[in-house]
Design a protein around this ligand. Structure first.
Ligand SMILES: [Zn+2]
Length: 398
């Protein structure tokens, strides 16, 4: 047993590894868009501050027993975008930035979601971004451009997947607003589109396939943070996941992809407290998966990863001396005073971050590796240094 485990640690886990070469019956894949190691660490630092300690508070997923450092470069750039990053994770192949589910020559790739659907798995795709945004699109669409939202949404309708959830649809009536609504086409393909929890609860039971959208996402391109309040954000990702589990049930096997998309958006604007709130919301969804895992331990795999890092975040910046402390009090005070909305102009926000010793080196993505965390059946395949294209095979149990 010990010898086998050692071999497993020292090799790339091919022959002597204990895990069986088969896919778990229930698979959860969480993608924290733009969530680097420092985003999780900063959130834990904030939780420690709230608990009146310097450190030691933890998010659920950072405590998973298996961890793999994961490179994120795309086929043509050291710094990936969410389209190429999502394609690598979903389809197990590198492509150029801005491409969805196709190789650099434009040939269609098959995502892990389609492979498992063919094997009888139910599929649920959820995000707190629009459902036809880059990351979720990589699991159901093939497109040379991530910005072909209208076409990508038609592919969503044709996927046959069982459950989608998101904040809305980009280009609801096409790029110029002069096309038939995507909702009409989606409904023609047998989906019931529900806006808000009330409508979902009323119509879900009768529905064959469901799309669960923010109330505020009706015919709109909604962009919001969890902190925008109930009116803007009536469905958090933990709710999307809870409803997804209700739709998919546990009689049949399932594959779930759940994206925390706004971690990236908070990173792009260097909004520290908004980023922390988004990571906490993402973690709350993982807690829901853990409840399911605890009931189905031998048959469940949970993987948490990121498509790239956003913002070049660091805990500490400038000439930090060891007597100084991270200014969570300053960040939180400003956050509360602004109605928890992070409305500070960029320069003021920058000064606040500097004052609080939180460093952001970029308003875009960076090429740092990210962390993949795993627990459950087949989780022992996730260890050492891996590449984002390795994740698909490991999920499939190969
Ligand atoms: Zn981004």
């Amino acid at each position: 047993m010990i010898a086998a485990a050692l071999t497993c640690m020292l090799s790339s886990c091919t022959t002597n590894c204990n895990s069986e070469n088969e896919t778990a019956k229930y698979v959860f894949l969480f993608i924290g868009d733009g969530m680097g190691l420092a985003h999780a660490a900063a959130t834990e630092s904030y939780l420690s501050y709230k608990a009146d300690t310097v450190g030691g508070a933890h998010l659920t997923f950072t405590q998973f027993p298996n961890i793999a450092l994961t490179t994120t470069y795309s086929a043509n750039r050291a710094i990936t975008c969410s389209a190429a990053g999502g394609t690598a994770i979903a389809c197990g192949a590198k492509t150029n930035n801005e491409m969805i589910g196709v190789d650099p020559d434009g040939n269609a790739l098959k995502s892990v979601a389609y492979e498992l659907k063919e094997k009888g798995y139910n599929v649920g795709i959820m995000t707190n971004n629009p459902v036809n945004h880059a990351t979720p699109a990589c699991f159901y669409a093939n497109s040379k451009s991530r910005y072909s939202y209208y076409d990508i949404c038609r592919q969503l309708a044709e996927s046959g997947f069982d459950y989608f959830a998101g904040s809305g649809f980009y280009q609801f009536r096409g790029k110029d607003g002069d096309q038939p609504s995507v909702q009409g086409y989606i409904e023609e393909q047998g989906y019931t589109v529900c806006y808000g929890t009330e409508e979902f609860n009323a119509r879900n039971k009768e529905a064959e396939k469901v799309i669960f959208i923010q109330e505020s996402g009706r015919e709109a391109d909604p962009e919001y943070y969890v902190s925008d309040g109930e009116e803007e954000c009536d469905i958090k990702i933990s709710k999307m996941l809870e409803m997804g589990l209700e739709v998919l049930g546990d009689e049949e096997p399932f594959f779930i992809m759940c994206e925390g998309g706004n971690i990236d958006w908070a990173g792009h604007s260097n909004k520290t407290m908004a980023m922390v709130m988004e990571v906490l919301d993402f973690n709350a969804a993982i807690d829901k998966a853990m409840e399911f895992y605890n009931e189905h331990k031998d048959e469940t795999l949970i993987v948490v990863t990121a498509d790239h890092e956003t913002g070049g975040l660091s805990i500490g910046q400038g000439v930090v001396w060891r007597k100084e402390i991270i200014g969570w009090d300053k960040l939180e005070k400003s956050w509360i005073e602004s109605g928890e909305k992070n409305v500070l102009p960029f320069e003021e926000n920058k000064a606040l971050n500097e004052n609080a010793l939180i460093g952001w080196t970029s308003c875009h993505h960076t090429g740092s590796p990210v962390v993949t965390y795993a627990i459950g059946k087949g989780a022992d395949k996730f260890h050492g240094m891996i590449d984002n294209i390795d994740i698909k095979g490991k999920i499939l149990g190969e």
